[in-house]
Write a protein that binds this ligand. Structure first.
Ligand SMILES: NC(=O)c1ccc[n+]([C@@H]2O[C@H](COP(=O)([O-])OP(=O)(O)OC[C@H]3O[C@@H](n4cnc5c(N)ncnc54)[C@H](OP(=O)(O)O)[C@@H]3O)[C@@H](O)[C@H]2O)c1
Length: 259
């Protein structure tokens, strides 16, 4: 499918992976609205780069735990551009900051007691409920578009919990049934897929990771390296351009999940 003139919303589009996804879509002819939560500058830079590719761009603040804000942001983009064709559920966080606290709680992998109900619920709200509510809000516009697409960013963490712990793994695993559900109920107008990356170096999520941690991921991959953000973005783009795949989750992880 030719994406020229499509209108895309990329949540967390100013972040490390979101930037690559936004620019891949713009390079293929889409206008791109990106959302940000704390880092407005990243979103502004992506917008400038999208415009340099000749496409329209806008940046909007969005907390995906806020259901009303999700409705408002989707409606704002659709009103500004006369509709919406593509939703990329990219926003996510493995170590969120709890209300009233100033920095993320450090929870050791094996520390069951430290994974409190509040932290568990927040991880679910960001990484599973948010993508569902975005799809729910966008569905009428995507159905009307004729070129409707949803791509959600999962994670290999969703198949095998690692250091970021159980709740993040549960939340990311939710992207798989979410994708199958949406693909079924929004067919035939909207195609819905998921990309599950392995560790991507240098994003907000992994920027503070130690070299030993990253080396451990490299060692577990049959390709001997981490995942390139460009390759994840290329898979997102392929799902948006394709006309036959729906309900699928593709792992892009340099070969970790199967050994
Ligand atoms: N990096 C990896 O190794 C890796 C591996 C597998 C999957 N992923 C997934 O890839 C996606 C992008 O992550 P990334 O690695 O690019 O990290 P990142 O640079 O931190 O990007 C995360 C984005 O999500 C936004 N965000 C976080 N919490 C939010 C909330 N409550 N409401 C709205 N937006 C929120 C952030 O906004 P602000 O920056 O403005 O706060 C940021 O734009 C995530 O879904 C992540 O789980 C990453």
């Amino acid at each position: 499918m030719d994406l020229t003139g499509t209108r895309a919303l990329v949540t967390g589009g100013g972040g490390g992976l979101g930037r690559h996804i936004s620019l891949a879509l713009a390079g293929a002819g889409a206008d791109v609205a990106v959302t940000w939560l704390a880092r407005e500058g990243g979103a502004a830079r992506v917008c400038a780069d999208v415009r340099a590719l000749g496409r329209r761009a806008m940046a909007l603040r969005l907390d995906v735990t806020d259901a009303a804000a999700i409705e408002a942001v989707v409606a704002e983009v659709a009103a500004a551009w006369g509709g919406l064709d593509i939703l990329v559920n990219n926003a996510g966080r493995g170590r969120p900051v709890l209300p009233g606290e100033s920095k993320p709680r450090e929870v050791a992998y094996g520390d069951i007691a430290a994974l409190t109900p509040e932290l568990y619920d927040l991880l679910m709200a960001i990484n599973t409920r948010g993508p569902f509510l975005l799809a729910r809000a966008a569905a009428p516009f995507l159905r009307a578009s004729g070129r409707g697409r949803i791509v959600t960013i999962g994670s290999t963490i969703g198949f095998a919990p690692r250091e970021s712990g159980l709740a993040f793994a549960m939340a990311k695993a939710g992207a798989v049934p979410l994708t199958r559900y949406l693909a079924a109920v929004l067919a035939p107008e909207v195609l819905v897929n998921c990309v599950a990356p392995g560790l991507i170096e240098g994003t907000g999520l992994t920027g503070g990771a130690s070299e030993a941690y990253i080396e451990d991921w490299r060692g577990k991959a049959v390709l001997g390296r981490t995942t390139r953000a460009e390759d994840v973005a290329a898979q997102v783009l392929a799902f948006c351009q394709g006309e036959s795949a729906t309900g699928q989750t593709v792992v892009v992880d340099a070969g970790i999940a199967f050994h």
